[in-house]
Design a protein around this ligand. Structure first.
Ligand SMILES: [Zn+2]
Length: 412
């Protein structure tokens, strides 16, 4: 068990084989003088797709921490869990991401609303948030809408929190996520949500709102960078204000579920968290799986054949593989390459590797393969044997990707 710290970084690892290479990236940051707490995260959905159990993530984390003599804190995140799915995570996780997206937009009953309004009354007339250069004034319409949109969901978060805290001995961290919904939440809505979490006594450490713009899986951010910057800055200030107004831990911070690779907003975030002396938790998604595939392709021969086979399978099973991700994908099927166009594994790897400025990079190809991890899991030992046999190339890619493309631009 450890402390979350100011900066923390959630790395997914579909198959639990890259923990060491991931931790190497954290150690490189440490050498650069920046402490980042590693958090291994795997969503319940991912466990179901791959057929793994929650304790495997804990085992992986404990094992690699020992192997690399990592003496700092690290955590294991039960990612996107709810009241129905949380139980098996309670003994093995010490970070819980409570997902209440399903209840957003479902109204609480009138008594509940009235009780909350008594608590929230102070904020129904004009107020100021330090650093935000306009007065906050919540109109009656806006208030009614927020009550209908968010109050019940935060009550549900409280129920999950209670279940965890009554089942768990020892310290744990709590996140509430509302990122997997249709509409982004404005800074004022974030404030309302925090008030509701305080009302229901959910002492969150991190909160994952949905930010403005598109956060598609494995590809860069798409949206208005200026607008993102404004909202992110205001969200940071809202959090600082909420810490003072309500009963939250003093290190409450934003959590960004990036879906990986939001490279164009990383410099903005870096600048703002330093300027406002704020912490940050960032989650990457299955980016490590894609680095495994890149490493295999680059190794040529049988390993490249395997990578091609995954892609061929993914084309055939397109609908099945993408169905859970439709809202976070932007694939133009016409731009998916035929497997025959690749002249080598290197060629395949260059199309997959996320280098925005490379002519070879194909975001459609990358997004589809992002969803194709299930096919590798079905191959079982054949896949795992290849991962071991071509480990050097794979680890080199995993570490480089996390350190150079993610950690350095975000925190250094
Ligand atoms: Zn998420």
């Amino acid at each position: 068990m450890g402390s979350l710290g100011k900066y923390s970084f959630g790395t997914g690892d579909r198959y639990g084989k890259e923990g060491k290479a991931q931790l190497e990236a954290i150690l490189k940051m440490q050498k650069d003088g920046v402490k980042v707490t590693p958090v291994w995260n795997k969503s319940n959905r991912e466990h179901e797709t791959v057929g793994t159990k929650p304790d495997t993530v804990r085992k992986e984390a404990d094992k690699v921490v020992k192997e690399l003599n990592f003496t700092r804190d690290y955590l294991v995140d039960a990612d996107h869990i709810n009241l129905k799915t949380v139980a098996p995570y309670i003994p093995v996780s010490d970070f819980f991401t409570i997902d209440v997206a399903d209840f957003i937009g479902k109204a609480a009953n009138e008594d509940e609303k009235q009780e909350f309004l008594n608590f929230f009354e102070k904020y129904t007339s004009e107020f100021q948030i330090t650093g935000i250069d306009r007065t906050i004034e919540i109109s009656q319409d806006q208030l009614d809408k927020m009550l209908d949109d968010f109050l019940l969901a935060m009550k549900k978060a409280g129920e999950v929190y209670q279940k965890i805290s009554s089942g768990k001995t020892g310290k744990f961290y709590t996140e509430v996520s509302i990122d997997e919904v249709k509409n982004p939440q404005s800074p004022v809505e974030l404030f309302f949500i925090l008030a509701a979490l305080s009302f229901y006594k959910v002492p969150i450490n991190t909160i994952a709102p949905k930010f403005t713009g598109a956060f598609n899986k494995g590809v860069d951010y798409r949206g208005d960078l200026k607008q993102f910057e404004k909202e992110f800055k205001e969200d940071l200030l809202v959090l600082k204000y909420a810490i003072k107004e309500f009963d939250f831990p003093s290190n409450l911070k934003l959590s960004l579920h990036s879906g990986s690779d939001k490279f164009s907003i990383y410099p903005i975030i870096n600048n703002l968290i330093h300027k406002h002396d704020s912490g940050l938790h960032l989650k990457t998604a299955g980016t490590t799986w894609l680095e495994e595939l890149i490493g295999l392709a680059e190794s040529e021969g049988e390993a490249y054949e395997f990578a091609k086979q995954i892609y061929t399978g993914a084309l055939e099973r397109y609908d099945e593989l993408t169905k859970d991700y439709v809202s976070v994908l932007d694939i133009d099927k016409d731009k998916l390459p035929k497997v025959e166009i690749f002249s080598s594994g290197k060629d395949f790897a260059n199309a997959l590797r996320h280098e925005e400025n490379s002519n070879n990079y194909n975001p459609h190809f990358r997004q589809l393969l992002h969803c194709a991890y299930k096919i590798a899991a079905e191959e079982g030992n054949r896949f795992f044997d290849l991962l071991e046999k071509y480990r050097d190339k794979i680890e080199e890619n995993v570490t480089y990707n996390l350190y150079e493309r993610h950690l350095k631009p975000l925190f250094l």
